[in-house]
Design a protein around this ligand. Structure first.
Ligand SMILES: C[S@@+](CC[C@H](N)C(=O)[O-])C[C@H]1O[C@@H](n2cnc3c(N)ncnc32)[C@H](O)[C@@H]1O
Length: 112
C-alpha cells in the first residue's frame, strides 16, 4: 500500500512547469483550457480512486505538465501501468522528460 504526503514537493508546481503551462495557454487557450496547472490538493483529491493494491491500469487524459501525473505515480509506486494521453506534443515531450518510465501517447482522448 502506498502513502502520498500532502506536502511532497511536486515538479509541476515549479516555475518551469508553470511557465510551460502558461505558454501553451497563450498559444492555444481553448485546448489548454487553463492558464495554470492544478494544485497538489486537487491532484490528491482527483487521484484518490487509484487503487492502493494490485497492478491497476491508469489512463490519464490531458496530463498537461503533470500535476496529476506526479501524484498518480506516487500512488502507484511502480505498480501497474500508467498511460498519459496528451494532445499537445510540446507538453507530451515535457512529460516524457520528467517521467522517463511513463507511457505517453500524443493523441486525442476523444479518439480512444
Ligand atoms: C486544463 S489542462 C489540465 C492539465 C493537468 N491535468 C492539470 O490538472 O494541471 C487540460 C489538458 O488537456 C489537454 N487536452 C485538451 N484536449 C485534449 C484531448 N482531446 N485529448 C488529450 N488531451 C487534451 C491540454 O493540452 C491540456 O494539457
Amino acid at each position: 500500500m502506498s502513502t502520498v504526503a500532502p506536502s511532497t514537493p511536486s515538479p509541476h508546481a515549479s516555475p518551469a512547469g508553470t511557465g510551460a503551462f502558461l505558454r501553451e495557454f497563450l498559444r492555444d487557450p481553448l485546448r489548454t483550457a487553463s492558464a495554470l496547472p492544478s494544485s497538489r490538493a486537487l491532484a490528491l483529491a482527483a487521484t484518490a480512486p487509484v487503487p492502493a493494491t494490485g497492478d491497476p491500469v491508469v489512463v490519464e487524459l490531458g496530463p498537461g505538465t503533470g500535476a496529476f501525473t506526479d501524484v498518480i505515480a506516487e500512488r502507484l509506486g511502480g505498480r501497474g501501468h500508467h498511460l498519459a494521453v496528451e494532445l499537445n506534443p510540446r507538453l507530451a515531450a515535457l512529460l516524457r522528460a520528467r517521467h522517463p518510465g511513463l507511457d505517453v501517447a500524443v493523441a486525442d482522448a476523444a479518439e480512444l
